[in-house]
Design a protein around this ligand. Sequence first.
Ligand code: MF3
Ligand code: CO
Ligand code: CO
Length: 263
Amino acid sequence: MNIRLKTALEVHRIRRSSRIIETLFQELRGVIKPGITSKKIDAFCEQFFQYHRVTSAQKGYRGYPASVCVSPNHIAAHGIPNEVPLERGDIFTVDVTIYLDGWHSDAAWTYSVGPPNPQALYLIKCAWKASLAGVMAAKAGNRLGDVGSAIHRTAVRFGCSVLEDFAGHGIGESFHEDPIVANTGTKGVGQPIVPGMVFTIEPILCLGDSKVKTLEDGWTVVTCDGSLTAQYEHTVAVFGDRTEVLTLSSIKPEEYLDGPPFF
Ligand code: MF3
Ligand code: CO
Ligand code: CO
C-alpha cells in the first residue's frame, strides 16, 4: 500500500477540480428529462468540460469510449452513452472524473427522470444515506473498516444490497490511488485514516440481489436480477479536526441526512 498524503495546497487543487463536478451536477438537474438520450448528456458534459478547461479522466481510460459514465436503472456502473431516450420514471446515474492542472476529482450522482416512483425514491435516499454514513465515519483517528461498516450497515438497515465488487479509492495526481475504500468492513479494523488522505466514497446500492455481470461491451455492469441501482460518489479530504467533502461544497451534509438536496 502506497498512500500519497496531500499537502493543504494539493488538497486545494483537488478542491477546485471537485467544485467543477459539483456545478456540473447542479446543471445536469435541468438536462436529465424524459426524451433526452445518454449520448446528448455525454455531449453536454463534454461541452461543459471544454468551457471550464478541464479534461475527462474517463475518456480513453483503459479504452472507455465516452466523457462520463452513464448508468440507468439496472445498469450499476460504467454504462456507455447511447441513442436510447430516457423515460419518465427511470433513474439515471452519472459518474464524472475530471483532471485539472494535474489533479483529479471523482463523483457520481443519481437522478430521477421526471418524478420518481416510490421504489426509486426509496433507493435514491438509501444510496445517499449510505454514502453519507461513509463520509461521517471517514474521520482522522478512525479506520477504513469504520467507513465500510457504516456504509454496509446503513444499506442493510434499509433492506438494500451493496455491490461488493466496487469500492472507493485514493485520488490525486492519479485517478485511482491507494487505499481501496471497501463498502463493507469491521469497525476498528483496517487502514488508519490520517490527515492528508484524499479518497472517494462511492457505494453502489441496489434493491435486489447484489450479484452483477459485465456485458459483452466489456464495460456495462448490470444487476443479474435486473434490480434498480443508485450511487452517490464523493471525493473527501481528511484534516486533523474535520473531513471536507470536496464535491459537496455548497451543502452541509449534516443538513441532508434523509436524502440528496436534488435528484
Ligand atoms: N469514475 C469511476 C470510479 O468511480 C471509474 C470509471 S472508469 C471508466 O472510480 F473508465 F469507466 F471511466
Ligand atoms: Co467515479
Ligand atoms: Co471513483
